[in-house]
Design a protein around this ligand. Structure first.
Ligand SMILES: Nc1ncnc2c1ncn2[C@@H]1O[C@H](COP(=O)(O)OP(=O)(O)O)[C@@H](O)[C@H]1O
Ligand SMILES: [Mg+2]
Length: 226
C-alpha cells in the first residue's frame, strides 16, 4: 500500500438471499482505494449497494469475499473484539438518521462515547465543547435533540462521530434529510475536517451535489464501480 492510501478494498463481493431463496448480488467484486486526508464520494442511485459497501469498508459488516486493508492489515482477520477496538479508535460514523440519545443534551451526546473509552469526565466535557464549537453549536450545548432543528441534530451527530478523534469519518447520506442551508453547514464542516484536521472522509450518497466537494469520486451502479 502506498503511504497516501488510507484504505484498500480488494474484490469485495456480497450477496443476500431473499425468502424465495433467490440470490441477490449486491456487491460484485469491488476494488478501490481511499486516499488519506481527502474527501472520497461514492455516488449512485438508491439500491446501488452504497450503504452495504460503506458498512463493509468500516468493518460493520463482513463481505462474502474480499479484503479491506488498513495499513496493510486486513481487518477481516481481526477477531470481533479486536475489530471493535479498531473501529472505536479509528473510525467515526455519520448516518442519515442520526440516532442521538433523546434523553440527553447535545453536550452529553458528544461526551458519552468518550467515557466508554476511559476518558475522564472533565476531559470528555472539554472535548465535547470544542467539538460543538467546531460544528457551530456552542450555544445549544444544553439542548436535547427534540429542542434542536434537524440540521442542528445532524451537526451534533457529526460532533459525536469526532468524539474519539478518529482519523477516518464515514458518512452515509449525511445531508439526506436536510434543506439547502443545513446541507451547506455540513459541507463546510466536511471541508474543515479535511483542511484543518487532515481527516479522511468517505461519503456515500445519491446526491450529486456532494460530488463538487470531492477530491475523488466513484460512481456506483448495480453493485459495481463504473
Ligand atoms: N440485509 C439485507 N437483506 C436483503 N437485502 C438487502 C439487505 N441490505 C440491503 N439489501 C439490498 O441490497 C441492495 C443494496 O442496498 P444498499 O446497500 O442499502 O443500497 P444503497 O445504499 O445504494 O441504496 C438493495 O437492493 C437492498 O434491498
Ligand atoms: Mg443507502
Amino acid at each position: 500500500m502506498e503511504n497516501t492510501t488510507e484504505i484498500k478494498a480488494v474484490n469485495i463481493s456480497k450477496s443476500y438471499q431473499n425468502d424465495k431463496k433467490v440470490k441477490l448480488e449486491v456487491l460484485k467484486s469491488i476494488s478501490l482505494e481511499i486516499e488519506k486526508s481527502k474527501i472520497t464520494v461514492i455516488v449512485g442511485a438508491s439500491g446501488a449497494g452504497k450503504s452495504t459497501l460503506l458498512h463493509i469498508l468500516a468493518g460493520l459488516d463482513t463481505p462474502d469475499e474480499g479484503a479491506v486493508f488498513y495499513n496493510n492489515k486486513n481487518i477481516f482477520e481481526f477477531n470481533e473484539n479486536e475489530l471493535s477496538i479498531f473501529r472505536n479508535k479509528n473510525i467515526g460514523l455519520v448516518f442519515q438518521f442520526h440516532h442521538l440519545l433523546p434523553e440527553f443534551t447535545a453536550e452529553e451526546n458528544v461526551f458519552i462515547p468518550q467515557l466508554i473509552k476511559d476518558t475522564s469526565l472533565d476531559k470528555a466535557k472539554e472535548r465535547a465543547s470544542e467539538l460543538l464549537e467546531l460544528v457551530g453549536l456552542s450555544n445549544r450545548a444544553t439542548h436535547k435533540p427534540s429542542e434542536l432543528s434537524g440540521g442542528e441534530q445532524q451537526r451534533v451527530a457529526v460532533a459525536r462521530a469526532l468524539a474519539n478523534d478518529p482519523q477516518i469519518i464515514f458518512a452515509d447520506e449525511p445531508t439526506g434529510n436536510l434543506d439547502t442551508v443545513n446541507s451547506e453547514a455540513i459541507h463546510k464542516i466536511i471541508l474543515e475536517l479535511r483542511d484543518k484536521y487532515k481527516k479522511t472522509l468517505v461519503i456515500v450518497t445519491h446526491n450529486r451535489g456532494l460530488v463538487n466537494f470531492a477530491d475523488n469520486v466513484f460512481e456506483m451502479k448495480d453493485g459495481k464501480l463504473l
